[in-house]
Design a protein around this ligand. Structure first.
Ligand SMILES: Cc1cc2nc3c(=O)[nH]c(=O)nc-3n(C[C@H](O)[C@H](O)[C@H](O)COP(=O)(O)OP(=O)(O)OC[C@H]3O[C@@H](n4cnc5c(N)ncnc54)[C@H](O)[C@@H]3O)c2cc1C
Length: 1611
């Protein structure tokens, strides 16, 4: 006989034999050593043993229960048996028998692990009742390692951040002696610490090897070769890794059961922590605030916060495995009540998990939680697997996810993340795999729940599903968090992501792609419960899908002395729902329309007799019907007319609703037209009002046809959409396991019916939701009883919860019904731990004494000394004052006041509460709840209070408040219904939106959302997701992100947004007669977007480097910001700051601003050139600005070379801080400040140019033109010139930057040494003589003349450059790739370091160019003047040849790699002989000599541009778009299309000369006013509009307004 647990034969018990004894005391209650033996933790809870009973005895008794009693307690009836096809099924499965004989499998795995683990160093993986998958003692293994010879590895780990900063990793590793990882040397107890230490050492060694000690410009061409033995013979993972770490890593991995040495994300985070206070166990020990990272690799905040956040996520699941094992036991024993208890426990554990996300914050003010997303790139490279065989280091391997997937019976693993999860599961430690298998294959909990039919179990299971993988649960929150961080990271330094993000064939941007992948995985998890979802998870937010429980109203009670009951306490039934809730949670309620409203519609449409008729449903109503079926656990119901009327949206009247009626009645109703002419949407009235009125003025025949009652009435479902739920804060706290009821405090939203329907009368109406829950007294809704289901759902706002620390003081600020959530707060605080709670203070603002809610309850608390209550009555002088001494609220006559006055009065206490402990305050938790007006009033009061009490300026007061927000001690629950939005304000063009990125001091930040513009400057510091997330969308239309983040359906967001509304975005002009213009518009808008996003993203990095300002936006000088990396990370060791600057600047220079000057720009050039060439006609020898040439030359100009050399010098410091550059320490500092400012200036200039281009689209449509083609041509030539100006700005940028030097002896502490060091270096590399030459001669570089000779190129040259660029663009890697290969790719440094966003945008542009060329090849050939035997490739080849002759360009179309400092090429070498495309073309085609242009104006302008721009002076401001085009139109009007006689060369030359002599702008405007009075008047109308807009926005004053003088950027 063999042991059924271990499989050991001969009745031998392996545990017994291991211990060497088989004494009866070691035997479990079932006679098996594995079960029940020394059961740790609460044995009563684990085995569901009644309290007060001897557990051992009880278990023994239970064991004595016959198996048949447990398994055959409910044998089916005779009737059922006779109907069975297969009577074998009557007998239980063998695994059931075995499990009843031995115990639940998951528990068995756990018990075994607990017994064996401590003796074997937990080599099978940590698994215990109390600590779950975390180590019971986080110090044990590192301690054991430190006491073994393996200490050399942990010692080196401790030095790692320093070694990395100094580029000394490889040297230090090579210097280690070889210590083997065998059991005699490294004890079992040290195994986990050893694998973490060695794994990290191997990875960082490989990282440094690949990146040559740093990223960026290569300064050290000779690779470091350590002189030591390597581990190449131990498998491909360890090739080129010194044996001193490779061999023990290999040995230790094998001892841990890892056939291939590898490190998991879980190892690196969870096993790499120290616990600060092991006694602080509530609610779990491994919390962010209770942990410290043991061995960081880079030592940056990002790494530490991220790792701690991940460890926290796992640790918060600490008690999950025990709860799951207990669930399984209860299933095995068919114990419904026990199962219910454990499932509720599991749900609570899961609901706590997303809290870990708060610890990873993108708000720079959030102290040690701050994670600058852009820094993550280094970690990505570091954590890449050592070989393609290795399992990836991915968050998917975190055991809680794999366990929960198994628990919930996930079946589908088809998505990328699904496949990866399965793959990684196979690499988990044995105990964890066994545990997962135990719950996946045996006693599946969800199946039992479904079979039980118990609604409570089903409700709790639904809660578990939601908490784990729902929209508002862990997975949903995770997705939002990742979205924000990835967006920032992708726009800055990140070049790659896990999870297929940025897949080359995807049309979405990298973070959107990741979002999609996460959604796919969420859907796979939900599939067993919700089937194939027709909508994306985020689309379910704010819809009926969130209301997954049925309830009914139990009572409506008065809570104050207001006879109208404007606020009522409404109690809803929760019996049998399985709902649990916590303080701060919210209830979503699907309201039912009032009977009166239903009646109005029914009467108008003649539906009175049809109320119970079935309606043919549209897809939305069908989904709703399915949803009802699922919630009722029954079949899909048929919906009737009454259902649609009760549950559809009848009020207020939205534009869509009015338009539908308008269409149905064939535009024949004047009332409907009157409503449609409103200036505010939605209209305050209902569908019933509208139909009632329209009925009287519509032809009955039309009416009958529109609302046909003879058919299936499908029009009814189409007319009335499903209503959306309303959200209410839960107002009570329950200690019951499953609360039986929930209280809400409902304030009836009342509004006046609009005059269209009310006429002169003042008619009050109640809002739909509040009117349903708290109807007018004596109304039909109050009186009519109904048995209809009320669908509800619970959600937990992560940002509105009680502090974990019970002793923390809490202040609640409420206005009116804003008191609602606080009742649950104080009930919970006093119920749970009345002795240990900190102070509770309520500041309440209401209109009058009559409206003081919950007075009695509050007075009880005041008397008991539990609470301080401070009141403000806004319309009542009968005040109440809190008297601390007598613990009472005392009557006092006082003038009416608002809550802000009360707060100012209490300034001292409130200031102390707001200030953090570090600032000497109390570090209190502050909660604000109520309408937006209450929120404003409270915030003003707090600002003033702090200002009066403890700050010198309002800015400091603001900073103190923002700190509290960042520390998540300031939380909001703002609940107001959206205000109607005016629709008659001037519209805001895209360019204006783009200009409001808020990165400069005192500038504003706007965002565009679904056609509206909002000024979110003031909201930014409060954004719960962190300031950077909102900032990364500054100046652009972020509707897509908004939708993805489910903000669109979020009532909180929409109500807040109405507060910040600025106006509507100008819609895209109607180009229907010229579709090409529409395409160009989209293309240009996309480019503008990229310019804005790039500018904003660069600011993030600049902020890190320079930290230029305070959070509040007040300006500070460079390097004085409190948050910049130099001051934050210790100035003495400036390595980190230098590295950060170097990473940033070298990436930028290597990529050559690739997002702006790469394929995206080329695509524009291609399409514009094509348009212009096409307009010029076949065979015409037209000249085009050489945009691409200018860019290419700028990037390879001597100035660019100088700049790269300078950055390379900084790079030397990075990879070797003991190099000679250390003498230029302050110079580096200074250089960094100068160069980032120049970077930003360039980006601002480019954005400004793009804005002008954008404005041109509207102007061109407003002009008189001979034909559409002319419009197109005018616009194309204007845009082409704009692009040329952009290219010139790049030249200027390099030219300016090249003037700055790291070498600035006057700044250094030891100037003489710096000078001497520089001279020595220059002499050594030969550049000394060049330097002298420059100083002595002081001559202007000769290349300038070359620039001046550039007068444009022809179409063929443009085409050949573009073809070359397409050819050289990186080819998308063939899909599908293997999972491992994808992860491995992370480690590979791309040839040019571009961020993920740029890579995506550029690859899309390359694809677009290729298809454009393919589609237009015939036309391109026609427009080309190439001889048929020559191709563009040949021209390009010739160009390349010529260029390489001059030693200028490396590879075509690719940004060149700046040369190393050791290169002896001098900046001036090739400059005077820059290749001339003209010359080359001349050799191919003699016709090139004809330099006549088909567009004289354009030619003139480009000439004047080239002449006026030297690379050393910035280009003049661009022309006003409208004026410039008017000028061009004037000239174009005389040109007849297809004219075979070209304009006289003299004519064009004359005009060129005269144009050149005048400043561009005045010339154009004057020519407009002289020649085109009609145009001028249009122009002025246009300008007038702009002017009005300008006065509205306060910033916009016409197209050519320059930006304010450049000053330090701000955040
Ligand atoms: C997080 C949160 C918690 C809340 N907690 C509570 C609470 O505890 N107690 C409480 O009483 N309320 C609370 N509310 C407010 C509540 O959700 C409802 O907004 C409120 O009851 C009004 O809804 P209604 O259906 O009665 O009004 P509605 O019928 O929605 O209309 C009320 C008013 O809003 C206008 N309106 C409606 N929709 C729009 C729109 N799309 N655009 C512009 N204007 C519109 C209408 O014209 C009308 O003036 C909370 C809200 C949130 C977001």
């Amino acid at each position: 006989m063999s042991c059924p647990v271990s499989g050991m034969a001969g009745g031998q018990c392996p545990a017994g034999s291991v211990s060497g004894s088989r004494s009866s005391s070691r035997m479990g209650p079932r006679g098996c050593t594995f079960s029940g033996y020394a059961q740790p933790g609460d044995i009563h809870a684990a085995f569901d043993i009644p309290r007060g009973v001897d557990a051992e005895e009880w278990l023994r008794m239970r064991e004595r229960k016959a198996i048949n009693e447990v398994l055959y307690s409910n044998i089916p009836s005779v009737k059922e048996i006779s109907g069975m096809k297969n009577i074998d099924e009557l007998n239980v499965a063998e695994q059931d028998l075995l499990a009843v004989a031995l115990g639940a499998p998951a528990r068995q795995v756990m018990i075994r692990a607990e017994e064996i683990g401590p003796r074997t160093g937990w080599k099978d993986g940590y698994l215990s009742v109390e600590h779950g998958f975390c180590p019971p003692d986080y110090n044990e293994s590192p301690g054991a390692l430190a006491n073994s010879p393996g200490r050399i590895w942990s010692d080196l780990c401790e030095r790692m951040p320093g070694c990395v900063a100094r580029g000394r990793v490889r040297e230090s590793v090579a210097a280690l002696p070889i210590i083997e990882g065998t059991p005699e040397i490294i004890p079992d107890k040290a195994l986990w610490a050893a694998v973490v230490a060695l794994g990290m050492l191997c990875s960082i060694y490989r990282y440094e090897d690949k990146n040559d000690g740093h990223e960026g410009v290569t300064v050290n061409p000779t690779k470091y070769r350590p002189n030591c033995e390597m581990s190449d013979d131990l498998g491909e993972e360890l090739i080129n890794i010194p044996r001193s770490i490779g061999l023990p890593y290999w040995q230790i991995s094998r001892r841990l059961g890892r056939s291939i040495p590898h490190l998991t994300f879980f190892d690196q985070s969870s096993f790499n922590m120290k616990i600060k206070d092991p006694t602080s166990t509530y609610p779990y020990v491994g919390r962010f605030d209770n942990m410290e990272m043991r061995w960081p690799v880079f030592g940056e905040r990002t790494e530490i916060a991220f790792q701690k956040g991940c460890a926290d996520t796992s640790a918060s699941f600490q008690h999950g495995p025990d709860a799951i094992a207990a669930c399984q036991e209860h299933v095995m024993n068919r114990n419904v009540e026990g199962l219910l208890r454990e499932m509720i426990r599991l749900k609570e554990i899961l609901e706590r998990m997303p809290n870990a996300f708060h610890t990873i914050n993108t708000n720079p003010n959030s102290g040690e939680n701050y994670v600058p997303g852009h820094q993550w790139v280094r970690w990505g490279k570091f954590s890449a697997p050592l070989s393609k065989r290795c399992p990836a280091s991915s968050g998917l391997q975190f055991p809680p996810f794999l366990v929960m997937d198994a628990f919930l019976g996930r079946k589908k693993y088809d998505s990328f993340l699904g496949k990866e999860g399965l793959h990684l599961r196979a690499w988990l430690p044995s105990n964890l795999r066994a545990f997962i298998a135990a719950i996946e294959y045996h006693y599946r909990i969800p199946e039992f729940v479904q079979q039980s039919g118990d609604p409570r179990l089903m409700g709790v299971l639904d809660g578990i599903i939601e908490a784990y993988t729902g929209e508002r649960g862990f997975m949903g929150t995770h997705r939002y968090k990742v979205f924000g961080i990835l967006e920032i990271a992708s726009k800055t330094g990140r070049t790659e992501t896990n999870g297929l993000s940025g897949a080359p064939d995807s049309n979405d941007r990298p973070w959107e792609e990741t979002h999609k992948q996460f959604s796919e995985a969420m859907k796979e998890r939900l599939e067993p419960y919700r089937g194939n979802l027709a909508v994306e998870p985020h689309e379910m937010r704010g819809t009926f899908e969130e209301c997954r429980y049925r309830s009914r109203i139990l009572s409506r009670a008065f809570v104050d002395n207001d006879l109208n009951r404007s606020i009522a306490m409404v109690t809803l039934d929760l019996q049998n729902t399985g709902i649990t809730f916590q303080p701060g949670d919210r209830l979503a309620v699907m309201p039912l329309n009032s009977w009166d409203e239903c009646a109005k519609v029914a009467a108008a449409l003649g539906l009175g007799d049809y109320l119970d008729y079935r309606v043919a449903l549209n897809p939305q109503w069908k989904r709703f019907a399915q949803h009802i079926g699922a919630v009722r656990h029954g079949s899909i119901p048929h919906l009737t007319v009454k259902d649609i009327l009760r549950r559809g949206h009848l009020a207020p009247i939205t534009k869509e609703l009015a338009l539908k009626v308008h269409d149905l009645v064939r535009a024949s109703s004047t009332t409907v037209l009157q409503v449609l002419a409103t200036t505010e949407w939605p209209v305050r009235g209902s569908l019933g009002d509208l139909l009632q009125a329209a009925l009287t003025d519509t032809n009955p025949h039309i009416w009958d046809q529109a609302f046909d009652l003879t058919g299936d009435m499908a029009w009814l479902a189409d007319l009335i959409p499903v209503e959306v739920p309303r959200t209410y804060s839960i107002s009570n706290y329950s200690q019951e396991l499953l609360p039986s009821a929930v209280d809400l405090s409902i304030s009836r939203a009342e509004y006046k019916l609009c005059s269209t329907f009310a006429g002169d009368q003042e008619i009050l109406r109640a809002g739909v939701g509040s009117g349903f829950l708290n109807p007018f007294l004596n109304s039909n809704d109050e009186l009519i009883e109904t048995d209809e289901d009320v669908f509800i759902g619970v959600s937990r706002p992560l940002n509105f919860q009680l502090p974990i620390d019970r002793a923390a003081p809490c202040a609640y600020f409420a206005g009116g019904s804003g008191i609602a959530p606080f009742r649950s707060f104080w009930q919970a605080r006093f119920a749970r731990h009345s002795n240990t709670t900190g102070r509770d203070l309520l500041y309440l603002g209401v209109q009058s004494r009559e409206k003081f809610c919950y007075e009695e309850e509050l007075r009880d608390y005041v008397e008991a000394g539990l609470m301080e209550v401070h009141l403000a009555f806004s319309r009542d002088s009968r005040g109440l004052v809190y008297d601390r001494r007598i613990r009472d609220l005392v009557e006092k006559e006082m003038p009416p006041r608002y809550i802000d006055a009360l707060i100012v009065e209490q300034a001292a206490t409130i200031s102390e509460l707001v200030m953090s402990k570090k600032q000497g305050g109390l570090g209190g938790y502050l909660y604000v709840c109520g309408s937006v007006a209450v929120f404003d009033s409270v915030m003003n009061g707090i600002r003033k209070a702090i200002y009066n009490h403890c700050s010198a300026t309002m800015e400091t007061a603001e900073a103190i408040i923002n700190k509290a927000f960042a520390e998540r001690r300031f939380m909001l629950d703002v609940f107001m219904t959206p205000k109607p939005m005016p629709c008659n304000l001037p519209t805001i063009p895209l360019s204006q939106l783009a200009r409001h990125t808020g990165h400069r001091p005192d500038s504003r930040m706007w965002i565009g959302v679904h056609g509206s513009v909002y000024d979110v400057t003031d909201f930014c510091p409060m954004h719960p997701g962190g300031t950077f997330i909102i900032k990364s969308n500054a100046g652009v239309d972020c509707s897509k992100s908004f939708d993805n983040l489910a903000h669109t359906n979020n009532p909180e967001v929409s109500s807040l947004l109405t507060k910040y509304f600025v106006g509507q975005l100008t819609p895209k002009p109607d180009f229907h007669t010229i579709p090409e213009l529409g395409d160009l518009y989209d293309l240009w808008a996309a480019y503008l977007r990229v310019t804005v996003e790039t500018l904003v993203a660069h600011q993030f990095e600049m902020y890190e480097i320079m930290g230029a300002s305070d959070q509040d936006g007040t300006s500070e000088k460079y390097l004085r910001g409190s948050e910049n990396v130099w001051s934050r990370e210790n100035l003495v060791n400036i390595g980190l700051g230098v590295r950060m600057f170097y990473d940033y600047q070298s990436r930028l220079l290597q990529g050559g601003f690739s997002a702006l000057f790469g394929p995206k720009l080329q695509e524009l050039v291609l399409k514009l050139s094509f348009t212009l060439a096409d307009a010029a006609g076949t065979g015409e020898n037209m000249r085009l600005p050489d945009v691409l040439g200018i860019v290419a030359r700028a990037k390879t100009s001597p100035e660019a070379v100088v700049t790269s050399q300078e950055v390379a010098l900084v790079g030397q410091f990075v990879c070797d801080s003991s190099s000679n550059v250390r003498f230029a320490e302050r110079g580096i500092f200074n250089y960094a400040a100068k160069s980032v400012e120049l970077d930003i200036e360039l980006l601002e200039d480019i954005r400004e140019e793009a804005c002008h281009g954008m404005d041109a689209f509207e102007s061109v449509m407003a002009m008189e033109a001979g034909s559409d083609e002319q419009r197109l041509t005018v616009l194309a030539s204007f845009l082409m010139q704009t692009l040329e100006r952009m290219a010139r700005r790049l030249e200027v940028f390099y030219s300016k930057l090249s003037k700055h030097r790291v070498y600035a002896p006057e700044l250094e502490r030891n100037p003489a040494r710096t000078r001497w060091n520089l001279v020595r270096r220059k002499i050594k590399d030969g550049s000394f003589f060049i330097l002298t030459q420059e100083t002595v001669l002081g001559a202007a570089p000769a290349y300038m003349s070359v620039q001046q000779r550039k007068t444009g190129v022809d179409f063929d040259s443009v085409m050949s450059r573009i073809q070359a660029s397409i050819r050289s663009a990186p080819k998308p890697s063939p899909a599908p790739q293997s999972l491992n290969a994808m992860h491995l790719a992370r480690a590979i440094t791309p040839p040019v370091e571009t961020n993920a966003m740029a890579t995506h945008e550029n690859s899309t542009a390359v694809k677009a160019m290729s298809s454009f060329i393919d589609a237009n090849m015939r036309s391109i050939r026609r427009l080309s003047k190439l001889p048929s035997n020559l191709s563009f490739e040949q021209i390009q080849a010739a160009m390349e040849q010529q260029q390489s002759d001059y030693g200028r360009v490396g590879r075509p179309g690719r940004p060149p790699t700046p040369p190393s400092v050791s290169s002896r090429s001098t900046p001036f070498r090739a400059s005077s002989r820059a290749p001339s495309i003209d010359r080359m073309m001349a050799s191919y085609n003699s016709r090139t000599a004809m330099h006549s242009s088909r567009i004289p104006g354009n030619h003139a302008h480009s000439l004047s541009m080239s002449a006026s721009h030297s690379a050393r002076s910035p280009p003049t401001p661009p022309l006003d778009a409208a004026a410039a085009m008017n000028a061009m139109m004037g000239k174009l009007n005389v040109r007849s299309r297809g004219n075979s006689v070209p304009p006289s060369p003299h004519g064009s030359v004359t005009s060129t000369a005269s144009d050149r002599s005048r400043p561009g702008r005045s010339m154009s405007v004057r020519s407009v006013s002289q020649h085109q009075s009609g145009h001028a008047s249009r122009l002025s109308t246009n300008s007038l509009r702009s002017f009005r807009l300008g006065s509205h926005t306060g910033n916009y004053a016409g197209g050519i307004e320059r930006l304010p003088v450049k000053i330090a950027p701000t955040f």
